[in-house]
Write a protein that binds this ligand. Structure first.
Ligand code: TRP
Length: 460
């Protein structure tokens, strides 16, 4: 095939790099997944393990992905091929493209719930709500077949349109405008929640560390959540870094993104758990937590009728900017490696995600056939299988290989040279320490977690 010269887009500034990357990290993971996982796995102790995962595994893997992406300026598959031509390493990129689909299938379903809440809250469906009616409204949202599929379709259309606009006019513009507003609204929510009667119990649940709560499953979940939260292990950050400006301080970006993302998750936790306890609800209520508690908090707030739709509008924005980054992985791959036009790649991927995503959208409805289906191996619904396989298995596995790739296949000097922007930043010592961590700490921790999962060793 004739070599086509593709002129690659880039983000226009350091600020754009930061917001796009943060836009990928901040998403339903913070306001939906983080609270319900912390709730199900025992609160503070889970949070502690999660933070360790972010520090010793998440950030090093993130910087490795940045390295691979910016160095090669290629999509997730092409990047490995450029660094180690003709080697099997590019299958890590292909595994990432596969994981992107698995995540999109269920993420677009939850995105659909959020979008439908925007509509419902704007109509005023939640005025004067109680704990019971809030649960009832959530029930209605996930019952199919039409509403969940319809809203999932809308989500995929919105994401597709922004992606067709491209990197600068689409991804960059949307993320830069909307991230700061989300942050402010979350602070308002959290402030109201901690002034509810009985809030202290919720805060205690979130921050009190009791290690007897930690078991094998909780450790695996915390690791999976760290990968999911920071969009790691499947080439999202490789793809985004391929659009980075050449002078970006990648260690700095990773620290800023990891810290901001964790603050957003904690704010969501502070908004949700005091409310849960204040209203006598169950912290381990699962995926519905966000959709039931947030309407309740706002029903108690001055101007709540305005703030509630605003909150879900912002949640929908967070979901959308995160989905952009997920879908960009296959889009960049198909347009650069397979010669499809960007528009064609977006349309084909959008259709595939929508069609298979229906399996996830309908499996949250316990009354429906798909809701009762359980796979033979894990005994989970389609929704949970997509989530479990991607977050808990494929992303950490991808992360393991990415750390090994950079730690052992890339020369230390080359790594330091690129991370220090050809010596213009004075972070050589830090980069060298990071290289050590990538070789001997991150992979070892990941292997321990996996061995623990299979039952070969026993951590807790
Ligand atoms: N980090 C996002 C969230 O928390 C989800 C996400 C976006 C993601 N891109 C990803 C997860 C890539 C895993 C891999 O909502």
């Amino acid at each position: 095939m004739e070599e086509r010269k593709i002129s690659r887009e880039r983000f226009s500034s350091g600020l754009a790099v930061f917001f796009a990357t943060l836009g990928s990290a901040v998403g339903l993971g913070n306001i939906w997944k983080f609270p319900h996982k912390v709730g199900s796995y025992g609160g503070g102790a889970f949070l502690f393990v999660y933070l360790l995962c972010i520090l010793f595994v998440g950030m090093p893997v993130m910087i490795s992905e940045f390295y691979i992406g910016r160095k090669t300026r290629k999509n997730a598959v092409g990047a490995f091929e450029r660094l180690k031509p003709g080697s099997p390493w590019k299958s890590i990129g292909l595994m990432g493209v596969g994981a992107a689909y698995l995540i999109m299938f269920f993420y677009s379903a939850v995105g659909g719930w959020v979008y439908s809440y925007v509509w419902k809250t704007l109509k005023g469906d939640f005025i004067g709500i109680t704990a019971d009616t809030a649960a009832g409204e959530f029930g209605k949202t996930i019952i199919g077949p039409i509403p969940p599929i319809f809203w999932q379709f809308i989500v995929i259309c919105v994401v597709s349109i922004i992606l067709i606009l491209g990197v600068q006019k689409g991804i960059e513009k949307i993320t830069k405008t909307l991230m700061p507003v989300l942050f402010i609204l979350l602070i308002i929510c959290a402030a109201r929640a901690i002034t509810l009667p009985g809030a202290a119990e919720g805060l205690r649940f979130l921050f009190h560390i009791d290690f007897s709560q930690i078991n094998t499953e909780a450790i695996l979940e915390a690791m999976g959540l760290a990968f999911f939260k920071l969009s790691l292990g499947m080439g999202t950050m490789i793809t985004y870094a391929s659009y980075y400006t050449q002078d970006n301080d990648m260690i700095g970006t990773s620290a800023k993104v990891a810290i901001s993302d964790t603050i957003v998750s904690l704010l969501a936790g502070i908004a949700i758990f005091p409310t849960v306890f204040s209203f006598g609800m169950e912290p381990g209520a699962g995926p519905g937590l966000l959709f039931i508690t947030i309407p309740l908090v706002f029903s108690k707030i001055w101007l709540g009728n305005i703030l509630l739709p605003a909150f879900f509008i912002l949640a929908s924005i967070a979901a959308t900017t995160a989905m952009l980054s997920m879908m960009e992985v296959p889009i960049a791959y198909f347009s650069e490696e397979k010669g499809l036009s960007r528009t064609k790649a977006v349309l084909i991927n959008g259709i595939v995600i929508f069609v298979i995503g229906i399996l996830a959208a309908l499996s949250a409805d316990e009354g429906a056939l798909l809701g009762q289906f359980r796979d033979p191996l894990l005994q989970k619904t389609f929704f949970d299988v997509f989530d479990y396989l991607s977050s808990n298995i494929i992303l950490p596995l991808g992360g393991l290989f990415i750390a090994i790739f950079v730690g052992f296949m890339i020369k230390k000097e080359d790594f330091i040279h690129e991370i220090s922007n050809q010596g213009t930043l004075s972070n050589q010592k830090l980069a060298s320490g990071l290289y050590f961590v990538l070789r001997y700490v991150t992979p070892v921790l990941l292997i321990i977690v996996f061995l623990n999962m299979i039952g070969i060793i026993k951590l807790a």
